[in-house]
Design a protein around this ligand. Structure first.
Ligand SMILES: Nc1ncnc2c1ncn2[C@@H]1O[C@H](COP(=O)(O)OP(=O)(O)OP(=O)(O)O)[C@@H](O)[C@H]1O
Ligand SMILES: [Mg+2]
Length: 416
């Protein structure tokens, strides 16, 4: 029975197998090794689109329902909620299953093999401090693999897979720390290189915090106030005012929650807020975003702004968030110094989680020879700074940001 290695990420998914002991990534998209973890239920063609095609349909303004970041919902009650999509009653486990089933079919078409088993990555912790939810998340994910047609699924901690893929980055005897900062979680593995392609895993640890939380924080800080978050609403009677409730704005800034806002209740609530708002113009933007289902377009705009702010240097022209979907040519400033300050608290939590990993193994920061950065959000300067502060003597090695985990999984999936 052939086994497919699958890194099912919050933002991106990849698959691979080993050929002659060398990891081989399977092209799941025409030209890319990774597939956006996104789906689009197209209401016109009645098709379910996956990956880049899903995001393209959303950005082209096609009529339908887009979802990204579904991994964040594993272990929550929302996973078992059913909704009617393209004439079928589906829960989110079905939706994840269809995504995984497409990965399976594409991998089979690309390799000419049949994959009945999967070796899947998993974050060390799906939910930081909630053991019951954590256990439930794994049950949900197992069920999704089963419904996708895999008769067997095993799991490997994502940072341990990255350690396997990067074992050559260490000299024999060296101590390495994998720092895998993804879209939804930050995961760490402390390991020692034993030589001859063997490593000892000493400790793994993780928290529920990743790039989508950076997006959320920037959106709440910069975009949501323009939609009326924190603004005053008059009482229906009398002259008193209260602040607009935060819930809608928080959800609108959270990738996985956006699809839940497109129902009549939220719409009514937003229309009421607009009616009594001291600044009705702002709340009118909220109503427009809900009406025209622009939540994901905003999230993409914030993510793009985050990456531009991170890529540039102080002194370059300050980046902006393109909010032209709200008003032609409109932008919101996103000064680099503001971004750094805004995200520093989250980066500190990531640094603290790295230290916690050492505690599990009863080791000190000075003993770590190398930091191995993987995951898209390890490219964030605030993350690198928080880690280098704590491990000033460690050399930094950058693994393949988006594919180190799947390479490690693939190593364990010899073909045929
Ligand atoms: N150049 C970049 N600079 C900063 N952040 C980036 C860059 N490229 C991608 N990202 C961020 O990296 C995140 C995705 O990383 P990655 O693909 O490693 O996550 P994932 O594996 O899907 O998620 P997880 O492992 O948490 O489930 C996104 O939040 C994205 O915005
Ligand atoms: Mg990942």
């Amino acid at each position: 029975m052939a086994t497919l290695g699958i890194d099912f990420g919050t933002s991106n998914t990849a698959a691979g197998i080993a050929i002659d002991g060398v990891p081989h990534l399977i092209a799941l998209e025409a030209e890319a090794q990774t597939l956006p973890t996104a789906v689009f239920f197209d209401f016109e063609s009645y098709e379910m689109r996956i990956g880049a095609a899903a995001s393209d349909a959303l950005l082209a303004g096609a009529e339908g329902r887009y979802m990204r970041g579904l991994k964040s919902l594993l272990g929550t009650r929302l996973m078992r909620e059913k909704r009617v999509l393209l004439g079928e009653r589906l829960d989110f486990i079905d939706i994840v299953a269809r995504f995984l089933s497409t990965v399976k079919t594409r991998a089979e078409a690309a390799t000419g093999q049949k994959f009945d088993a999967a070796l899947s990555g998993r974050p060390v912790r799906f939910h930081s401090d909630n053991d019951a939810r954590n256990a439930q998340a794994l049950i949900d994910l197992k069920e999704a693999y089963a419904r996708a047609g895999f008769s067997q699924v095993d799991f490997m901690n994502e940072p341990e897979a990255a350690a396997q893929a990067n074992r050559d980055a260490l000299r024999p005897g060296d101590l390495g720390l994998v720092v895998d900062i993804g879209g939804g979680t930050s995961d760490f593995t402390l390991f020692r290189q034993r030589g001859a392609d063997e490593i000892d895993i000493l400790a793994s640890h993780g928290i529920r915090l990743g790039g989508t939380d950076f997006d959320r924080s920037l959106s709440i800080g910069r975009v949501m106030p323009q939609l009326g978050m924190g603004s005053e609403i008059r009482h229906a009677f009398g002259n008193d005012t209260h602040l607009a409730p935060n819930a809608i704005f928080n959800d609108l800034a959270t990738w996985a929650k956006i699809p839940f806002l497109y129902g009549p209740e939220t719409h009514r609530a937003a229309a009421d807020l607009q009616k009594f708002a001291v600044h009705p113009k702002r709340l009118a933007r909220l109503v427009k975003v809900l009406d025209e289902e622009l939540g994901h377009d905003l999230a993409f705009a914030v993510e793009a702004g985050k990456i531009r702010a991170n890529d540039g240097k102080d002194g370059d022209e300050d980046p902006v968030i393109d909010v032209s979907m709200l008003k032609p040519r409109a932008t919101l400033p996103l000064p680099r110094a503001w971004v750094r300050k805004r995200l520093s608290g989250l980066a500190e939590q990531i640094g603290a989680a790295a230290m916690e990993t050492l505690k599990v193994a009863d080791m000190e920061a000075e003993e770590v020879d190398r930091l191995i950065f993987v995951g898209g959000s390890s490219l964030m300067q605030v993350v690198e700074a928080a880690l280098q502060d704590r491990f000033p003597q460690a050399e930094v090695h950058r693994g393949a940001a988006l594919t180190a985990i799947v390479e490690g999984l693939a190593l364990k999936c010899s073909s045929g």
